[in-house]
Design a protein around this ligand. Structure first.
Ligand SMILES: [Zn+2]
Length: 158
């Protein structure tokens, strides 16, 4: 800890981009599966509808039995879906976002604390910044003026 705030802000933005990319890839995979196999989309639509019903039941006091029924129906459809996926040779994990950091799922936080991945990126930004400020790093061999060095150092270089 202890780097400037701007390094963490940049690192968090990077992690957010990774998360967006992973979400986007999973979404595209899902859409192409839906295009090729409308029967899978149909099951997903049913499961989404059941999920909404469960939320509605949850706000009712008498909803407990309903939720249990909805849940078993949901699980049945989910099993059908898993069967279809294996029938079509689609891995279920390809439909879920594959986040770079398994600790924070690329959210940047674990239990309200900055994740190690953010600290690591912030550290890299810190060192990059540090290197840029050092004149030695800037000078390429093209702009290298050998006459500035003492004679014995020069003979070592040649
Ligand atoms: Zn992380």
């Amino acid at each position: 800890m202890g780097y400037k705030k701007e390094y963490y802000i940049k690192a968090l933005a990077d992690v957010a981009k990774l998360r967006l990319t992973a979400d986007e890839i999973a979404k595209n995979n899902l859409l192409s599966v839906y295009l090729a196999h409308p029967d899978i989309k149909e099951l997903d639509d049913k499961m989404n509808a059941l999920g909404l019903l469960a939320v509605k039941s949850a706000v009712k006091l008498s909803g407990a039995d309903e939720i249990i029924n909805l849940k078993s129906e949901y699980e049945k459809i989910d099993r059908d879906k898993q069967e279809l996926l294996s029938k079509y040779n689609i891995s279920a994990s390809s439909l879920k976002p594959n986040y770079c950091c398994k600790n924070c799922n690329d959210t940047g936080y674990v239990n309200g604390e900055l994740c190690e991945c953010v600290k690591k990126i912030a550290k890299e930004y810190y060192y990059n910044d540090l290197c840029e400020k050092m004149p030695l790093e800037r000078s390429s061999f093209g702009s290298f003026d050998i006459s500035l060095y003492p004679d014995d150092a020069r003979s070592n270089m040649q």
